[in-house]
Design a protein around this ligand. Sequence first.
Ligand code: PGA
Length: 253
Amino acid sequence: MSQQRPYVVGNWKMHGTRAMLAEARAIDRAGQRHPKVEVAIAPPFTLIHAARKEAEQIGIGAQDCHPVDGGAHTGDISAAMLADAGASFVIVGHSERRSNHGESNELVRAKAESARKAGLGVILCVGESEAERDAGRAEEVVCGQLEASAPQGAGMVEKLSVAYEPVWAIGTGRVPSNADIEAMHRAIRARLQAIYGAEGDDIRILYGGSVKAENAADILGVPEVGGALVGGASLTAESFYGIIRAASGENVD
Ligand code: PGA
């Protein structure tokens, strides 16, 4: 097992105006109190630059990027632009992008590769639907997504994390059993080793989907879980702090 710090990342999705910068500051203070945890947030594009200026220590990232550096792509944002705005990482392949925007594995892979070329860390999301799990196809689906969307080429593994997010657990309050999380994370690890060789040993595999202060310690204690990607519970410093504390090994009352 790797000795890396747990990585706890808040995905703010399409939430947040400048009023939420106060939460970013408070999350930053929480991160400073828990140096054993690597804390980050991915606010909407519009807040990245301001959040970077407000926060001293936590990582600030984006929720998506376009696969090319620039050009006639109205409304899109490139990885180079994100780096320029102060982002240090980007989430790619989130299931809401795969479903709302029809993103294919090939597109997700191109986004991941352009982000790495721009020097950004990448959190590559994979996860099965409920129907796929019920059909006994969860591992096959997740490993297939991974195989087809993992970035390829020199320098891609460094700063790459994978987030396993079962689609049916996102925003629903439902979470897989610890045994199911462990089995999937082990399958992802094996696939990462097949893709990247020994370098695949150190890629952090985050769990995402209804992580809360109440279940975080339990989930983060599962073998091969290297952190959490948190949606709803990252929107206030108060709720996110409970997860940061759990990741640092403190009891949450
Ligand atoms: P949730 O979202 O924590 O609100 O379930 C997780 C995610 O979509 O990254």
